[in-house]
Design a binder for this molecule. Structure first.
Ligand SMILES: Cc1cc2nc3c(=O)[nH]c(=O)nc-3n(C[C@H](O)[C@H](O)[C@H](O)COP(=O)(O)OP(=O)(O)OC[C@H]3O[C@@H](n4cnc5c(N)ncnc54)[C@H](O)[C@@H]3O)c2cc1C
Length: 399
């Protein structure tokens, strides 16, 4: 892959930059800058519709289904500009996860029913994989779906379901055959969140925010046409989806932005005098992370080039997930250290954008602690980093 930006790439970068400057409301960008994980759904959907109209909504999708047809380098540039404009993160459950499953394995009816609404933001999705006792060992899941005429009757529970309280649809792994090897008795269902018998209970995380939920199924009836492809083959589609989930997880552009913020805060004069950035140990830690981030960026670009050449993201995406989340967490730690006491006050506006209280510390302190606490989970969600190492050991190193 050519790592240099061509003239056409530079023109493209300008076009993206200008579009963001002209279309992203500054008030929304400001919320994203302060509290990226807690942007109101209305703001996210409004932004999604802006991108949808422009045709920039799903760079990873094939053009025939609404993708942009961009080169890997254009996708990379778009991602960088997206982050540096502080544009709201779109929900990944539709565009990055279930969308590719539907256009790859779904029927024509399913494609017509779901894809457009995923792109336009008219339907929000969540992911019903994990259960109490079935996280890393996902294939042991127990939520049962029994065929009754032309409907499945679903009973069981999902947990850690991000954004279920905002979702219209949930894609679920369910057990349709308990009598075979565990991976062979799973099916993949698309379930309307408004179906009678389905209920959502919040889980409040240690940053004080509502991001996660439990989802309960009590005789939930799901039409058989909501099953993706073959019954009992859901594990195949689930693994395909996980590969897509992990590619976006490196978070290089975001980490670069945090590096800049660390430098800004640690480079500010402290009340006791001196700058933290002048502390040799602190500077050394920051420099090492910056070097790691550069290495991650190149690895990410190599994988994007492979995908651009038609390859499906494979177990290599596990390396991005591990290093990306380690770097993210180390940087958040450095940020909190740089803020000192200002990281401590509990500030409701960090997890609730509707609260309008003045922050206790300087503006740049808002959201730092909440982001650090929520993102402690980054090495767990999307498959824990230990599990990623197992995948690398088996599938890449052949151990
Ligand atoms: C913030 C957040 C958001 C999430 N969002 C979603 C979502 O939207 N939808 C969804 O379905 N799930 C979601 N999850 C669930 C997530 O995928 C699981 O938490 C994760 O897969 C780990 O499973 P577990 O919690 O059951 O932990 P366990 O599997 O019980 O693991 C506990 C610990 O043991 C380690 N471990 C387990 N097995 C092994 C092994 N074989 N080798 C080495 N170490 C091992 C793990 O690494 C971990 O450190 C989310 C989780 C979090 C924290």
């Amino acid at each position: 892959m050519d790592m240099m930006f061509s003239d056409a790439d530079l023109v493209f970068r300008d076009e993206v930059k200008t579009f963001f400057a002209e279309n992203l409301p500054p008030a929304v960008a400001n919320i994203v800058r302060r509290t990226p994980s807690y942007v109101a759904k209305d703001d996210v959907v409004a932004w999604q519709k802006t991108l949808y109209k422009k045709g920039w909504i799903a760079p990873g999708w094939p053009v025939e289904y609404g993708g942009t047809g961009w080169t890997p380098m254009q996708k990379f540039i778009y991602g960088e500009e997206y982050q540096s404009a502080y544009a709201p993160r779109l929900s990944s459950f539709g565009i990055t996860m279930v969308g590719p499953v539907i256009y790859t394995f779904g029927t024509d009816t399913q494609k017509a029913r779901y894809l457009e609404k995923i792109l336009s933001g008219d339907e929000y999705w969540c992911q019903g994989y994990s259960e109490p006792g079935s996280g890393s060992d996902l294939a042991s899941l127990q939520t049962r779906a029994v065929l009754d005429g032309d409907e499945y009757v679903v009973n069981g529970q999902k947990i850690w379901t991000s954004q279920a309280h905002r979702a219209d649809m949930i894609f679920c792994l369910v057990r349709t055959n308990p009598d075979v090897k565990k991976q062979e008795g799973i099916s993949f269902l698309l379930i309307d969140m408004k179906t009678p018998g389905l209920s959502v209970k919040p889980i409040i995380t240690m940053d004080g925010g509502h991001y996660l939920n439990e989802v309960f199924f009590d005789d939930v009836r799901v039409p058989v046409e909501n099953r993706i492809a073959e019954e009992n083959k859901g594990w195949t589609y689930a693994k395909f989806l996980l590969g897509h989930e992990r590619t976006g997880i490196a978070g290089v552009s975001k980490s670069k932005q945090v590096v800049a913020k660390v430098k800004q805060i640690a480079g500010t004069e402290r009340s006791e005098g001196g700058k933290l950035l002048d502390d040799a140990d602190y500077r050394n830690r920051l420099s090492r992370i910056e070097v790691d981030l550069m290495a991650l960026e190149i690895t990410n670009l190599r994988m994007m080039a492979a995908m651009g050449a038609g390859k499906t993201p494979g177990p290599e995406s596990s390396t991005l997930k591990i290093r990306g989340t380690q770097i993210e967490q180390e940087l958040n730690e450095l940020l909190v250290e740089a803020l000192g006491y200002y990281a401590l006050p509990y500030d409701a506006s960090q997890v609730r954008p509707d609260v309008n209280e003045a922050p206790v510390g300087p503006d740049y302190s808002v959201g730092v602690m909440s982001e650090r606490l929520l993102r402690r989970a980054a090495s767990i969600y999307g498959g824990s980093n230990e599990i990623q190492k197992n995948i690398i050991a088996k599938a890449i190193l052949g151990l």
